[in-house]
Design a protein around this ligand. Sequence first.
Ligand code: AHR
Length: 503
Amino acid sequence: MRTAQLTIDPAFAIGPADRRLFGSFVEHMGRCVYGGIYEPGHPEADALGLRRDVLELTRELGVSVVRYPGGNFVSGYRWEDGVGPVGDRPRRLDLAWKTVETNAFGLHEFMTWADEAGVEPMMAVNLGTRGVQEALDLLEYSNHPGGTHLSDQRRKNGAEDPFGVRLWCLGNELDGPWQVGHKTADEYGRLAAEAARAMKMIDPSISLVACGSSNRRMPTFASWEATVLEHTYEHVDYISAHTYYDPSDGDRASLLASAVDMDNFITEVVATADHVAAKQRHRRKLKISFDEWNVWYEARLQADLDRRGWVEAPALIEDDFTAVDAVVVGDLLITLLRHADRVGVAAQAQLANVIAPIRTRNGGPAWRQSIFHPFALTARYARGTVLRTEPVSPRYETKKYGDVPVLDTVAVHDEETGELTVFAVNRGDTDLELQLDLRGVSGLSGQSHLTLAAGDDPSATNTEAEPDKVTPRELNTPTLDAGRCSVRLPAVSWNVLRFGNRP
Ligand code: AHR
């Protein structure tokens, strides 16, 4: 068996594991809203139409913050369409997903859902087809206590108290030519700066996210961030990053190394933001809002869009995630944690049905996809301070990312409970012996070793008929001897190793 070594010391702190790293995303796209979180008439639906089974799974997933209502959808959205009596709401064409939007679900329904799910709302404003005024109107409607036309309208519509939304995205992916209202970096930067400045006049306590690139492969990547931040740095709190990894080409070795790409992406956005900060003499460091990330069989999207006309809530990009995809998702979470000092918010895209950890059938059950598990367990156990790890690992060759380590790790130390959790991915096709040195943390004993191993059945998926085919299982509890132990990481696996003060 190949071996790798890892020494952990609480002195090497990166920063707190912010709960906002465990965000998700609800877009008016496909069946994420309609038939996902909301389905009036479903046996599990409450009086408002919110599916209780999906709410329960959302809580189990440990989601902290949810971005809404898009995505590409937001760039053509009129938020006013989704408030007031449902019967009076207009039906509209949604150009982003070639869909008819009924507006039965809107701002108030989302806020009620967020409240029930126990998540923080993160709203996006439309800077595609709309501008500063509409962003201000939505903010005033949402956050102003009362005594103005818009805030009183909110009260009339049933929400006496302001929604108090703290996190706001200034548009979505406006660097992308597919985006309705696509802009150059200068056009967007100017608009975002003006919207940001005015929004903070209404509510200075909000945090704002400027749009970064749609992905690292965009031809304008890095120069887009630089130009946008030259306009907006002083007015915003975050720059966004989005990335999806597509398994469709069958290059599993590269797919398993996707986190290497995400890591480089984060480093480059940080460098670009710091460059602008240096140029403009800002002392405040900007953080990243990694508000769309996931595995996505993107090659299938066009077929979904091609085979229909204008319809309501069609099934769109309902990918069935494999055991290998779950290992990749676990590794992407490791990467986000490793950058906890500069990534302040993250949202997996999306929550239900649309490339999602939660799947549903209209009128039928809801179930956990394979990728549900690494998210839920990381959200549960990554509490405390993230520690830097420098594993010594064998390496392997990939087509997309060159020579990469087989092992990827991060550790989180909870000073209050004394617990130490190590998240580890073995990207290799054979088992790996991990030799751990934990002498830097006194009084620890092994508590558990959970693994999600894809080696035996890499293409296994969870389906309605077999919802628990891919689940984590317990391996032998690690036994520490004078602060050291060895554990076996199965081939192609994501692992959680827990240590505590309990004997
Ligand atoms: O999450 C699906 C889509 O991917 C989003 O609408 C868009 O922002 C991104 O390109």
